[in-house]
Design a protein around this ligand. Sequence first.
Ligand SMILES: *Cc1c(COP(=O)(O)O)cnc(C)c1O
Length: 398
Amino acid sequence: MLNTKSEETLAPVMSAYGRFPITLEKGKGSYVWNTEGTKYLDFTAGIAVLALGHVPDAVEAALKKQLGLLWHCSNLYHIGPQEKLAQMLTERTCCDQVFFCNSGAEANEGAIKLARRYAASVLNKPEGHIVTFNHSFHGRTLATMAATAQEKIQSGYGPVVPGFKYLPYNSENSVADIASDDQCIAVMLEMVQGEGGVIPADKTWVQQLSAICTEKGIPMIIDEVQTGMGRTGTLFAYEQYGIEPDILTAAKALGSGIPIGAFMAKKGISKLMTPGSHGSTFGGNPIATAAGVATIHAFEQQDVLAQCTSNAAYLRDKLTALKESYPKQLTAIRGLGLLIGVETKAPAIDLVNELREKHRVLILTAGKHVLRILPPLVTDETEIDAFIAAFDAVLKEL
Ligand SMILES: *Cc1c(COP(=O)(O)O)cnc(C)c1O
């Protein structure tokens, strides 16, 4: 025993998160209410999870139905909604097979394991490394933390899992480096670096990377945990880059807030997942996959991708106008679809706090001087106007 139980009253939840001082109790669409009944416009969407907004009717109905049927049975049996969701994903992506897990980090962890398996059994390079990029974010498990090329994520958790090499994002030198790197067994990247500051990948660069991977016979892993499920205007962002990943990961918006993750691959790679090679007690659970099936149905019934594209164009125009009004305060607008970053001169967190405290609007940061704006994809012009009015008022007071 290292010490006795504390005599002082400590918060019972560990302080791993810096939390804003409100407790949210209820949500519907783009709005949330705290325990005091105060209503907020939520342009965080639970960090890109709530593509359909809070408690979307279609998914709620599907969940209620599934709750009366079966909650859990383990992967020792076939699971109807799991097979249905896998079929829906393979029909809508370049991948042939899907493995379900419970989070983004787990999806990437699985993708890394699959790439290593391919390296060991097909490439005959069991000691090779996976190239990832500076400022990437792939998760917080030991392997995905090692894949994440950010000192602040890894610090204090050594020894760091070996088998990763970091190169600059959007740099032609990185392509040349991979070309001449005999021990590179896979390349892993985000189409837009979300946590790393909302930085879209350059299209030509991605195409060069894809070409070099094909030439070397190594898989390209695309982490679409944040960009996937319509966030950028297409179901997956890779579709806009004119390339196809060999391994693709998804999580955040896949279950509309019910925890779920997935990694998918083309058959030449996915078939390496033989019985006993990987597993997860809860992965592909009936509740989570029923939420996924209902989410994709809702996307198509409500034409959510078209809504995302038009909302993104509208919001982008309004932000561009604000940037022209406050050129000293707002220095750049970046992103793809409704994954939008705004570079600010003032600390981004100050603006986030002002918006929340004075205007009841919630947005995020992505680094010290980047605001990250992630409305539900089904937001509308009235809500966007309300956000812009609040943002304008905050900028006026700076
Ligand atoms: C959020 C995120 C992850 C990690 O997902 P968790 O569900 O938090 O484990 C991984 N990659 C990207 C690109 C993300 O945005």
